[in-house]
Design a protein around this ligand. Structure first.
Ligand code: HEM
Length: 487
């Protein structure tokens, strides 16, 4: 115990000295640094930003900085001297800058839980290689064949957790749903004890990633590290089984059976696997974390919207009823059906504009970089508020108004890098098609099987950094009797 306290103290001291060292790095260009104040080393303005996140007022926090210092300014955030950016030009710069000059910067505490080989940590050639392997399974042509599987998971979820209940907490339930979809589709783990054993470990890991990184017994961070330790042997077993299945089936094997099988099937010219087992493990964990909270938040916001906005609700119901009419009761949805849900996806896009799940991106300069007439010194962090463009009146007229017609085919397109809920460039989210598929299928099943109302009309949420509703979004649900069938 004493040793752990000593190590934590030592780490904080090292971080303090490191940030002082970086500050001196910045002194090389005293006249070329952006305006602003670095405040106290290590702490700087971190607490202010965390407070703004909790109140969902990050835009306001950025706006205050811009009013005070101009469009590019410096601050000290999470232990690093930082240059703070926003706007379409900044989005383009961050998303398309050479990954060897501006790397992804996750705090070391995060890679302790997520592993050092995950895509967020990789740069240059390694990022390209691993990303190509992961994206191969997540691309539309492959995912198209799995609409039925996603639909089956969703229908089972509704049967188990929604039907038979009068009141439910939407957000935690939908998180379990996105976990189950990823387990089935990406890991090939079907319902049963194995999946049930994984869920608490994943939840502990996610809480550990979001926690203050103090590794003492009973801290959330410590639980996250332990969860990874428990999870890795389970994933090793899973990989071994899938490898054996692949070898047994040889030419009859379907390399796109699930993401893990797909990663094991990709070979170099000499027959060796493209990815090591360590890389596969770290990226399975990443995909689960990246796909779990994000899609579930979008769906939770949509459930809230439909309870509050009669006009959007009735237009979605009309679109979905039309599709339902063409199918037998209980018949699975197909890719064709999803292509008809155009209005529903426009509503989801407008929701992503107004309430982007990911609002900040973090990078680190690996060399002195010139940007906007200033120098970003080597080692400094760059923080981008990418979604600020979504609320820019010059780009989206009347930006606080919820208006899905903005995304109609004939409406003027927003300029490049100004609508970026999925990021952009070589690190753009590879999970878009899966997120879209889950959202459309779930909306179809929800509006054709239930009506609902919010129990607490003004239930608020805080960002942690992902939006979390205070009571998980409590709703009262009523099944639509004519559409009840057991799958
Ligand atoms: C509504 C749902 C989603 C949203 C809004 C979202 C958003 C994002 C954003 C903004 C990034 C880029 C971050 C940056 O550049 O700093 C990203 C990256 C990523 N996302 Fe998503 N995501 C969603 C769903 C998913 C799903 C379902 C998966 C997986 C199945 C996924 C996997 C990933 C991965 C692996 C990366 C890292 C890519 C790389 O670094 O090359 N995401 N996502």
């Amino acid at each position: 115990m004493e040793l752990k306290i000593f190590i934590t103290f030592l780490l904080l001291l090292l971080l303090f000295l490191f940030s002082i060292f970086l500050l001196f790095g910045g002194k090389k260009y005293p006249d070329r640094l952006p305006p602003g104040s670095l405040g106290l080393p290590v702490i700087g303005q971190s607490l202010d930003l965390l407070k703004a996140l909790k109140a969902d007022k990050v835009d306001k926090w950025f706006q205050e900085g811009i009013t005070k210092h101009g469009p590019i300014w410096k601050a000290s955030l999470f232990g690093y001297p930082t240059v703070v950016l926003h706007g379409p030009t900044a989005n383009k710069f961050i998303y398309t800058c050479d990954g060897n000059i501006l790397t992804n910067s996750q705090p070391p505490s995060i890679s302790r839980i997520m592993g050092s080989n995950n895509l967020f940590e990789l740069a240059g050639h390694d990022h390209k290689r691993v990303r190509a392997a992961v994206a191969l399974f997540l691309k539309l042509e492959v995912l198209k064949q799995y609409v039925m599987k996603v639909d089956e998971e969703i229908q089972h979820h509704l049967q188990m957790h929604w039907h038979g209940n009068h009141e439910i907490q939407v957000q935690p339930l939908i998180k379990t749903l996105t976990f189950n979809v990823i387990c089935s589709l990406l890991f090939g783990i079907e319902r049963g004890p194995r999946r049930d054993k994984l869920l608490p470990h994943f939840q502990d890991m996610i809480e550990g990633i979001l926690a203050i990184p103090i590794n003492l017994p009973f801290t959330q961070f410590n639980r996250g590290i332990l969860a990874r330790k428990n999870l890795v042997p389970m994933l090793i077993d899973l990989i071994r089984e899938k490898r054996e299945a692949l070898e047994e089936q040889k030419q009859h094997a379907n390399p796109h059976k699930d993401l893990i099988t797909s990663l094991l099937s990709i070979r170099n010219d000499d027959g060796s696997t493209t990815m090591s087992d360590e890389e596969i493990i770290d990226n399975i964990i990443l995909v689960m974390i990246a796909g779990y909270d994000t899609t579930s938040i979008l769906l939770t916001f949509l459930v809230r919207l439909l309870a509050n906005n009669e006009s959007v609700y009735s237009t979605i119901v009309r679109e979905q009823e039309e599709i339902a009419k063409s199918k037998a009761p209980g018949e699975a949805l197909t890719w064709e059906d999803l292509t008809k849900m155009k209005y529903t996806w426009r509503v989801a896009s407008e929701m992503l504009r107004i309430n982007s799940p990911v609002i900040l991106s973090f990078r680190r300069a690996t060399q002195d970089i010139e940007y906007g007439g200033f120098i970003i010194p080597k080692g400094w962090q760059v923080v981008l508020s990418s979604s600020m463009t979504h609320m820019n009146n010059d780009i989206f007229e009347n930006p606080t108004m919820f208006d899905p017609t903005r995304f109609e085919k004939h409406s003027p397109q927003p300029p490049p890098f100004s609508f970026v809920p999925f990021g952009g460039g070589p690190r753009m989210c590879p999970g878009i098609e899966l997120a879209k598929m889950e959202t459309l299928v779930m909306m179809h099943r929800l509006v054709t099987q239930f009506t609902w109302e919010l129990i607490k009309k003004d239930e608020s949420f805080k960002r942690n950094p992902m939006p979390e509703f205070d009571q998980g979004l409590f709703v009262r649900i009523t099944p639509i009797k004519s559409n009840i069938y057991v799958i």
